[in-house]
Design a protein around this ligand. Structure first.
Ligand SMILES: Cc1cc2nc3c(=O)[nH]c(=O)nc-3n(C[C@H](O)[C@H](O)[C@H](O)COP(=O)(O)OP(=O)(O)OC[C@H]3O[C@@H](n4cnc5c(N)ncnc54)[C@H](O)[C@@H]3O)c2cc1C
Length: 488
């Protein structure tokens, strides 16, 4: 390592880590920092996922940074997002701060030394490395990048064809003229199916239960109008961000207050493609209300165009077992396949699978309480960027970045080397809740790992509301001297 001690160590060179570095350069120009990233390049999610058609499901006006205008279509391909991130790296000269192929394995905090010591392995040479830092900015995302989640089904070994998880898509996978079954109906399945349909013999989406889909043009009329008027990109970006956020807020409150109305609107979009007589009840009518899980956006209705063309179809049933020729369903039907894609989700990774020790005590993350969903009781000098599920992840990454820079400024003013969240006397009888309310948001990957996650409290500043509209005011106004953060 060029520097073996830095003021701030950023874990991960995905959209959060690159954003964190930008904020440090802009807001704290004297701060030394390094980004450690285990992969060969930047991008995180957008580098890991290479399956056909991989794209964002939120618009890039809000998934993009506040500080860098987005100028393309709202829904972007992974390649376009990587280009955008590459531009930030180049414009900010971040290359010299990023160390690729550095896998962090342990993080050890010493109160006496007022620093974190991180050890890890270089994935290119196998060499061990050590680096220390005053503050740890965890931008490692929320899921394991090396493998996706595939349930164990009986008979998987009997299947004569190939089984592939979209997260580890083989470069040379040939699906031309094959019969493909995609298990799952989330955003990944909705992306893969229209991208594969033209080339394979047929593709079936096999779902246990339906998902809500929103259809619409991959365009933003307001952005197009503003561009037509030659409004500067910075203005267009800000105006369209505000428009998108306002619309999302409306959809979220409508989903809670008038779920039936929102359902009807979503269904209208599907029927516009499949026809009014198409029966939506078995395949496209979820049991939960809209927004309890992320609504998958289908740009230009491409998934439904695939179904209309006859090249794609949907089956809603449970898997009994895999058989040599495909999948036998609970109904007894056998779905024949040459290739099975398991679009069954992620393995949650808590703190990047790094083993944390604090003053010789192993950290049990599940025993901590989150401070504003970003710092944790008893864990000094550390912030984790955990974004929004429904709104774009990056909106929260930006808010946290401003907050961390303000906190570091405040520590400088106080001459403090340590900040650690701690419950106050008045918090003693506060109730504790799961990190995310399962009633409110409950995707499988989160539910499988909820017991490993920190708790949230029932009052400020210990709540984690996942509410951008509240947090956009709360983070900047957070009282850093309310006793919940202790300085030394
Ligand atoms: C296919 C797909 C589409 C998505 N689309 C959207 C969307 O449209 N809108 C939205 O808001 N969200 C979306 N998400 C969620 C998405 O993951 C986040 O929005 C965002 O990209 C996360 O960025 P990040 O930088 O926080 O984490 P990541 O992208 O996960 O990057 C974390 C980085 O940290 C590195 N890392 C992890 N552990 C270690 C370690 N121990 N040592 C060194 N390096 C480490 C990883 O290699 C990785 O590069 C999508 C997710 C997927 C999988």
């Amino acid at each position: 390592m060029a520097n073996d001690h830095v003021d701030v160590l950023i874990v991960g060179a995905g959209i959060s880590g690159i954003g964190a570095a930008h904020h440090l350069l802009a807001d704290r120009p004297g701060t030394t920092f390094t980004i450690l990233e285990c992969q060969e390049g930047y991008g995180g999610t957008w580098r890991t996922h290479t399956y056909p058609g991989v794209r964002s499901d939120s618009d890039l006006y809000t998934f993009g940074y506040s500080f860098k205008p987005w100028t393309g279509a709202p829904i972007a391909t992974a390649e376009e997002i990587l280009t955008y991130l590459g531009e930030v790296i180049e414009e900010d000269g971040l290359d010299e701060h990023i160390r690729y192929q550095h896998q962090i394995d342990t993080a050890i905090w010493s109160t006496e030394d007022r620093r974190w010591t991180l050890t890890g392995t270089r994935t290119d040479t196998g060499e061990a490395f050590t680096v220390s830092a005053g503050f740890l900015w965890m931008c490692q995302g929320y899921y394991r990048h090396t493998e996706g989640y595939t349930p164990e089904w009986d008979g998987m070994d009997d299947f004569a064809g190939e089984i592939v998880h979209p997260q580890t898509w083989p470069d040379d996978l040939d699906y031309a003229d094959k019969r493909v079954v995609v298990i799952g109906s989330g955003a990944t399945a909705a992306t893969l199916i229209p991208a594969m349909a033209p080339d394979c013999a047929h593709v079936t989406m096999l779902q246990r239960s339906p998902t809500y889909f929103a259809t619409g043009r991959n365009a933003n009329e307001l952005a197009d109008q503003l561009r037509d008027l030659e409004v500067p990109d910075e203005w267009t970006h800000e105006i369209v961000r505000r428009q998108v956020l306002k619309t999302q807020a409306l959809v979220t409150s409508m989903s809670a207050e008038h779920p039936e109305l929102v359902k009807e609107e979503l269904f209208k979009g599907i029927k516009a493609i499949l026809g009014d007589d198409y029966d939506l009840s078995p395949h496209f009518t979820p049991a939960y209300r809209p927004w309890q899980q992320r609504i998958a956006f289908v740009p230009n209705g491409d998934l439904f165009e695939g179904i209309k063309s006859g090249k794609a179809s949907v089956v809603t049933d449970t898997i009994d077992r895999f058989v040599p020729e495909g999948i036998r369903l609970a109904s007894g039907e056998v779905l024949e396949a040459d290739l099975i894609i398991t679009a069954t989700g992620f393995e949650m990774s808590v703190l990047g699978d790094i083993t944390f020790t604090i003053d010789d005590e192993p950290l049990d993350f599940a025993q901590t309480v989150g401070y504003r969903g970003t710092m944790f009781t008893g864990v000094p000098n550390m912030a984790w960027v955990f974004g929004y599920f429904r709104a774009s992840w990056t909106l929260r990454a930006d808010l946290i970045a401003d907050f961390v820079c303000r906190l570091l400024d405040h520590m400088d003013e106080l001459g403090a080397g340590i900040v650690v969240p701690q419950l106050r006397e008045q918090d003693a009888d506060m109730g504790l809740l799961p990190w995310v309310d399962p009633e409110d948001f409950n995707p499988g990957y989160l539910m499988r790992a909820l017991h490993l996650m920190p708790k949230q409290g029932t009052k400020e500043p210990w709540r984690f509301t996942q509410d951008y509209w509240a947090e956009k005011d709360e983070f900047p106004a957070a009282d850093l001297d309310d006793g919940a953060l202790r300085y030394r």
